[in-house]
Design a binder for this molecule. Structure first.
Ligand SMILES: [Zn+2]
Ligand SMILES: [Zn+2]
Ligand SMILES: [Zn+2]
Length: 350
């Protein structure tokens, strides 16, 4: 695995790299002349600080591996991808895209509150008797750092598979949060089967035209997709979101007036699409929402062996009771959340 760290000024990406090296057995890979590209109008203090710190880093860590260019770094890791590597030296968009094509590469971005980043930078400047930038200088420099055409960091943050928000006030706190997060978990690189099918169900849900709620479903046997479905009005009828179902468009609460609803549920559509013959022993139904009662009885009747759902609905208990009585396994699986992960409250990061 190769973790690439990117992020805003003083967000703590080097602290994250240091954690991976010290606590999780990663090794640092560097590029020769691997410093960040010049951003115009960099405050003097910040530039001097960077020069000092990179000189210190070079003399202190003899164990780090330095490469002439990104290609030789990538070739090196390709032969050793099952070991743990980390780099903070990707600054070029073309290089980043080349790295992202590889199945062993994980891009992690680190961000932190602007005021905290400014304070961290100020502290680092003071330690070395340099003049720190004012908050205003820092803000303007930051904007260019993020959005300057061609070199801005925003593009990198946008492509990151994991985005960390590092508002921790101490290294101990950061380390504890990183430990519980488990960045090196291989499922971040390659989804397991549950994750894969659940994400297909979520993708199907995007096609929903029902005004009430987007739901998607995938039926699988022997790890092969038999059918997919999403909710909406039957074919040839007007789509729900174009007024096709008066009940859904009245905006009644979830579960109200279901008997007058014209929309087929995602599960129903997937079951109809698969047909009785293809649903045999061992078929698993993945659904991003726990099936309602009317879907549950159909699932039981048609011979599905297991139901896996991601989100709860308002009749989970009743559905669970029916499935249990019918001998259908039911379990909840929620794929790891994408998007921002707050590093200071570790119990919410799973
Ligand atoms: Zn509808
Ligand atoms: Zn409806
Ligand atoms: Zn249903």
């Amino acid at each position: 695995m190769l973790i690439g760290l990117c992020g805003a000024i003083s967000s703590g990406k080097h602290a994250v790299a240091e954690y991976l090296i010290q606590k999780e057995g990663f090794r640092l890979l560097k590029l020769k002349n691997g410093g960040p590209p010049r951003i115009s109008g960099e405050p003097d203090g910040a530039r001097q600080l960077q020069a000092l710190e990179s000189a210190e880093n070079e003399s202190s860590s003899s164990s780090q591996l330095v490469f002439e260019d990104s290609k030789s770094l990538l070739d090196f890791v390709t032969k050793r991808w099952q070991e743990l590597w980390v780099t903070t030296d990707i600054w070029d968009i073309t290089v980043l895209d080349r790295f992202l094509q590889r199945p062993f590469f994980l891009l992690v971005s680190v961000d932190a509150p602007m005021s905290l980043r400014w304070k961290r930078l100020t502290d680092r400047c003071h330690k070395r008797l340099l003049k720190p930038p004012s908050l205003e200088e820092f803000v303007l420099w930051n904007e260019r750092h993020l959005y300057e055409k061609g070199v801005g960091r925003a593009y990198f943050t946008d492509r990151a598979q994991v985005r960390l928000f590092n508002s921790s006030s101490s290294l101990e706190e950061l380390h504890a949060a990183l430990k519980s997060l488990g960045l090196a978990n291989e499922q971040r690189l390659r989804p397991n089967w549950d994750q894969y099918f659940m994400e297909l169900a979520s993708l199907a849900a995007q096609r929903s035209n029902c005004m009430k709620r987007r739901v998607g479903c995938v039926i699988v046997r022997d790890r092969r997709v038999i059918s997919t479905g999403y909710n909406g009005t039957p074919r040839h009828l007007e789509n729900c979101n174009e007024g096709g179902c008066p009940r859904c468009n009245r905006g009644e609460g979830g579960g109200m007036g279901l008997s007058t609803c014209l929309c087929l549920h995602a599960e129903e559509n997937a079951l109809l699409e698969a047909g009785r013959e293809r649903i045999r022993e061992g078929a698993i139904l993945y659904c991003d929402t726990c099936p309602c009662l009317t879907c549950t009885v159909k699932i039981a009747q048609v011979g599905i062996s297991e139901v896996v759902y991601s989100q709860g609905y308002n009749m989970d208990k009743d559905s669970a009771a029916i499935l249990k009585a019918a001998g259908v396994k039911l379990r909840q699986f929620s794929p790891p959340r994408n998007g921002l992960i707050y590093l200071e409250c570790s119990e919410n990061t799973k």
